[in-house]
Design a protein around this ligand. Structure first.
Ligand code: MF3
Ligand code: CO
Length: 253
C-alpha cells in the first residue's frame, strides 16, 4: 500500500528533505583531493545534528545488515552504499556519489548527488550530466493521474539512446515514516503497468547509470555495490511530493 501523507506530514518531510539538501549543498566545497570519506561523514553527522535532525542511514537495518555511517560515499565504479573510511582518500579525477538520509520529527529525508573531484574528462562529465538529466525527466512524470511506471519509462527513454546502461538491481522508493515505502520505482521499463500516482504521495527517485554494464555486485563488506565490469557509475536522488500542481522537489534549500 502506498501511504498518502497529510499536509502536516508534508511539512515535516519538507523540513527533513531541506536538511538533506543543505548537506548536499555544503559538502560540495569539501570535496577535494586528499580528503577522506570518513572526514566527509563526520562533518555530515555533526551538521545534521546541529540542524536538530538525526542521520537516517546510520543504524538502518536492511535484513540482517546494519548500515554503519551517516553518508554513503561511492567512488568511480562504486554505484551506491560505499561506506566512508579513514583510509579512502579522494583523488583528482574521481567522481563521488554522496547519498544522505536524515530523520526529522519521525520523517525521512533522502537525497544524493554525484560530484567531480577536481577536473574530470568530458566523457565523465557527460555521464554525470546524463544521470542528472534522467532524474529531471523522471521527476517531471511524478504527477497525479500518471503511473509509477511513467517515471521509469521516461528515465529509460532518456538514458539508453545516450549510450549508457541503467542499473536494475536497485530502485527508487516511496518514503515517509520509513526510509523505504511502497512503491518501488524502477529506473527502466520492465513493460508492466504501475500503480496510479496520487496527490500527497512522497517518492524518492534515484537513477543509477553506468558507462559499461548494467550488472552490479556487492563487495565483501556486504554494502558497497560496484559495477561488475569496473565501469564508472553516477547516481542522483531527489525526494518529491506529488501536489495538485505537479511534482514538488522536497530536497531543496
Ligand atoms: N538512498 C539510498 C536508499 O534509499 C540509501 C540507503 S543506505 C542505507 O536506498 F544504509 F540506509 F540502507
Ligand atoms: Co533512496
Amino acid at each position: 500500500m502506498i501511504i498518502l501523507k497529510t499536509n502536516n506530514e508534508l511539512k515535516l518531510m519538507r523540513e527533513a528533505n531541506r536538511i538533506a539538501a543543505i548537506i548536499l549543498s555544503e559538502i560540495e566545497g569539501k570535496i577535494k583531493p586528499g580528503v577522506s570519506t570518513y572526514e566527509l561523514d563526520k562533518w555530515a553527522e555533526d551538521r545534521i545534528l546541529s540542524l536538530n535532525a538525526k542521520p537516517g542511514f546510520k543504524g538502518y537495518h536492511s535484513g540482517s545488515r546494519i548500515y554503519p555511517a551517516t553518508l554513503c560515499t561511492s567512488i568511480n565504479h562504486e554505484v551506491v552504499h560505499g561506506i566512508p573510511t579513514k583510509e579512502r582518500l579522494l583523488r583528482e579525477g574521481d567522481i563521488i556519489g554522496v547519498d544522505v538520509g536524515v530523520i526529522y520529527k519521525g520523517y525521512y529525508g533522502d537525497g544524493a548527488y554525484t560530484y567531480a573531484v577536481g577536473k574530470v574528462s568530458p566523457e565523465v562529465e557527460d555521464l554525470m550530466k546524463t544521470c542528472k538529466g534522467a532524474l529531471d525527466v523522471g521527476i517531471k512524470q511524478a504527477k497525479k493521474g500518471n503511473r509509477v511506471t511513467d517515471i521509469s519509462i521516461a528515465i529509460d527513454k532518456y538514458v539508453r539512446p545516450r549510450g549508457y546502461e541503467i542499473v536494475r538491481d536497485l530502485t527508487g522508493h516511496g518514503i515517509g515514516r520509513d526510509l523505504h515505502e511502497e512503491p518501488q520505482i524502477l529506473n527502466y521499463n520492465d513493460g508492466k503497468k504501475g500503480q496510479k500516482l496520487k496527490v500527497n504521495m512522497t517518492l524518492a527517485i534515484e537513477p543509477m547509470i553506468t558507462n559499461g554494464t548494467y550488472k552490479v555486485r556487492t563487495l565483501n563488506d556486504n554494502w558497497t555495490v560496484v559495477t561488475d565490469d569496473g565501469s564508472l557509475s553516477a547516481h542522483y536522488e531527489h525526494t518529491v511530493a506529488i501536489t495538485g500542481n505537479g511534482p514538488e522537489i522536497l530536497t531543496r534549500l
